[in-house]
Design a protein around this ligand. Structure first.
Ligand code: MN
Length: 419
């Protein structure tokens, strides 16, 4: 770096610091430093109904798949991977039911590089079939028990088969991040000659860094001329970061799942990706954020899984505050501890009573019911909330009003705390 460019970089940094001091931007102004070249059009192909359902122990009924697909379509997801028809007759029927809904979203399904799998996709009347074939030595040797020539031949043959039957075809190399780049390029190029519509890069084991994903996607972009999708797992907690890396280096479609459900540690979470692109990179991809919490609740409920309370954006704690310092600030100006409002994602703010509570929340609650107290009384109420909070964690509304009654000496107060 030359002295001059270092100087101008410092200048930019200083300007940003000043901007931060004087601005009341709820998000970090330093995000301006992280501008990346994202594609104009970004496609989300949501795999909640396929990879999400492959989460051990999870299965969706046909009715549940239909309900989830409708909700995904409502929030504006561009493509829905409805399932893997080869799994079972019922699964095939579910995919067909979703494809028959007439949604705005394109309906996709997964298939191995086998003609019979593609026949099922045709029977389901999907818009695009997502073919996948393993290309890593590990998978070819211990799973497929096939060599490179065989894998290549199957990929080309089934791409042609799908195209000949009027389907759009996507071809993914499974376990791309542990595969030989030259071999993958050979496979992609051969499938391009066979008319493939999209090629897919996968981090099946979630074992690649953002830099590795950047490099891989950049090289595949350089060596091919078809739209690239990325299917990335979250084993190191980097799925969302890796999807941004993929998008900044030539990918234009990302597989997501609601809540990041999926095999092992799951996939790129739909809501996190949408929020990251919109808020940190200024890229609105046309998916409504207001419907995200409702969608998340529907999916977790259908999956029979309790949503983690600290799930980003859609969890019950995503906008909860207990600490007295935080609550006092939030009551004054929510942006002090919330960079996005809960309404923006269809969630709610919760001010929680517990051992960390201070006077602000107590005054706020009492004020809502028009109850006035002396300084001495409020101290007693806060002390009692802290004592119970130390013992049991959260202090409920009913307990709060019982404490108030105890301190104010009004045991006969009638039901003031129903919400
Ligand atoms: Mn997967």
């Amino acid at each position: 770096m030359t002295v001059d460019s270092a100087g101008s970089e410092n200048m930019l940094y200083t300007q940003l610091l000043i901007a931060q001091i004087v601005s009341l931007d709820p998000l970090s102004p330093f995000n301006a430093l992280a501008k990346r070249s994202l594609p104009d059009e970004i496609t989300v192909y949501d795999s909640t109904l396929r990879d999400g359902e492959q989460m051990p122990g999870v299965r969706f009924s046909c009715e549940q798949k239909v309900a989830i697909a409708r909700r995904l379509d409502e929030v504006g997801v561009h493509q829905i991977e409805a399932g893997f028809p080869a799994v079972s007759e019922t699964e095939m029927e579910s995919v067909r039911a979703v494809a028959g809904l007439g949604l705005d979203a394109d309906i996709l399904c997964l298939a191995r590089t086998k003609e019979e799998d593609i026949d099922l996709a045709i029977k389901c009347d999907v818009d695009m079939v997502l073919l996948f074939v393993a290309t890593s030595e590990m998978h070819m040797r211990y799973k497929l028990k096939a060599g490179r020539e065989q894998v290549l031949e199957r990929a080309v043959r089934t791409t042609e088969y799908g195209r000949d039957h009027g389907l759009k075809v996507s071809m993914s190399t499974e376990d791309s991040t542990r595969s030989d780049l030259e071999f993958m390029l050979e496979l992609y190029n051969s499938c391009e000659d066979a008319g493939v519509d999209r090629i897919g890069v996968t981090d099946t084991l979630g074992c690649a860094s953002p830099e590795a994903v950047s490099h891989l996607v950049r090289e595949i972009r350089r060596g091919t001329s078809t739209a690239i999708s990325a299917h990335l797992h979250n084993d190191f907690g980097l799925a969302v970061a890796n999807s941004v890396a993929a998008l900044s280096n030539g990918a234009e479609a990302i597989a997501t799942t609601v809540g990041g459900l999926g095999e092992r540690a799951g996939n790129v979470s739909l809501e996190q990706l949408v929020m990251v692109l919109k808020n940190l990179y200024g890229k609105d991809i046309g998916i409504s954020t207001e419907g995200l919490t409702g969608l998340g609740e529907l999916v977790f409920q259908s999956a029979g899984i309790k949503m983690p309370i600290n799930q980003p954006w859609i969890g019950a704690n995503a906008f909860s505050h207990e600490s007295g310092i935080h609550v006092a600030a939030v009551l004054n100006c929510p942006m002090t501890y919330e960079c996005v409002s809960p309404e923006a994602v269809g969630n709610r703010r919760h001010l929680v009573l517990g051992k960390h509570s201070g006077t602000a929340i107590v005054l706020n609650r009492l004020g809502e019911r028009g109850v006035t107290v002396s300084q001495e009384e409020i101290c007693k109420i806060v002390r009692e909330i802290k004592r119970i909070g130390e013992k049991q964690g959260r202090v409920s509304d009913t307990e709060f009003w019982a404490i108030v009654d105890g301190v104010l000496g009004k045991p006969e107060r009638e039901d003031p705390c129903r919400e």
